[in-house]
Ligand binder design. Sequence first.
Ligand code: AMP
Length: 363
Amino acid sequence: MKIGILGGGQLARMLALAGYPLGLQCVVLDPSADACAAQVADLIQADYNDQAALHELAEQVDVVTFEFENIPAQSLNYLLENYPVYPPPIALHTAQDRLNEKNLFRQLQIPVPEFVAIDRFEQLQQAIVRTGLPAVLKTRSMGYDGKGQIVLRHQNEMTQAWRQLGGRPLIIESLVGFDREVSIIAVRNRAGDIYYYPLSENTHYRGILHYAQSCPDDHLQARAQDYIKCILDELNYVGVLALELFDVNGELLANEIAPRVHNSGHWTIEGAEVSQFENHLRAILDLPLGDTQAVGFSAMVNFIGTMPETAIVLGDANVHLHDYSKAPRPGRKIGHATVRSETQMELSDALKNLITRASIVKQ
Ligand code: AMP
């Protein structure tokens, strides 16, 4: 069977690699000639709104999916009229706008940080009465990895923030003093069965995920599962979905969803019975889902901007390296490594060692 993927970055690459053992082949559509998934999948090099290219992709595959969130709505609608597309485009539409996302959480009674939609400067003054300060002003769409957002700590910072972000639809949220950031990843098939991965605890640096650790048996697992189940069922979702949450004194507040395989789930390749990538393919192809249980304790470290020396990263026998073969560029995710251990204590040491070794970059 063949799968068409909109977007040819590392997520598509790892989907294609997960498909190989099952005899599945992927075709990716990406505007860039050097899309890193093209090394392991066929590439159609075209813009996301190129209807002829979308047609060419969809005609040669059994199902279309996406790894990139900013696909134009009209492209998805075009595909949907004629071909099977999973996850459902409504999920993408929701995730593309932070206001839609927050409204969905509220509708489903999933707690969220206080928020207000902002279209005009005068609304900001009013809004902070509700959100309080500090607060974070964000663009409603096209933001990722902490881009398009500014933390406001004092009233006199509003004019400057508006100058930077104003003119686009915005949202302001209370800045939450969280104990940790976690995500839950789940997969739902066409029959509505849902399998959940253990929570992942995520540490960011400058708005980008730095490392993520699996948390088997976390005390908030059941709550997170309840929340993501509500979302999956509401959207009649098929495929892998990630829900990012703030843990504030044991209460979970929803931050955002990603209607695709997610960076905080990369550890599932070696740290779960069946990875998020394989399970996404299984779900969208209507194949039986695979076991999501953790195998030991795992942590994943992202390589951002530069790749560390291969031999040094592999210096611990429990480490698995993933080099996406992308050109190094500041702020760009170009690889990751996962370390797996038998106990949480061993994992903490192994993770510290890995982070130290990963900081030794190729010359
Ligand atoms: P986002 O693009 O919304 O995922 O935000 C990127 C990162 O900014 C998050 O992973 C958090 O570390 C931080 N952040 C975003 N929104 C908030 C918030 N309301 N309160 C506290 N931290 C936040």
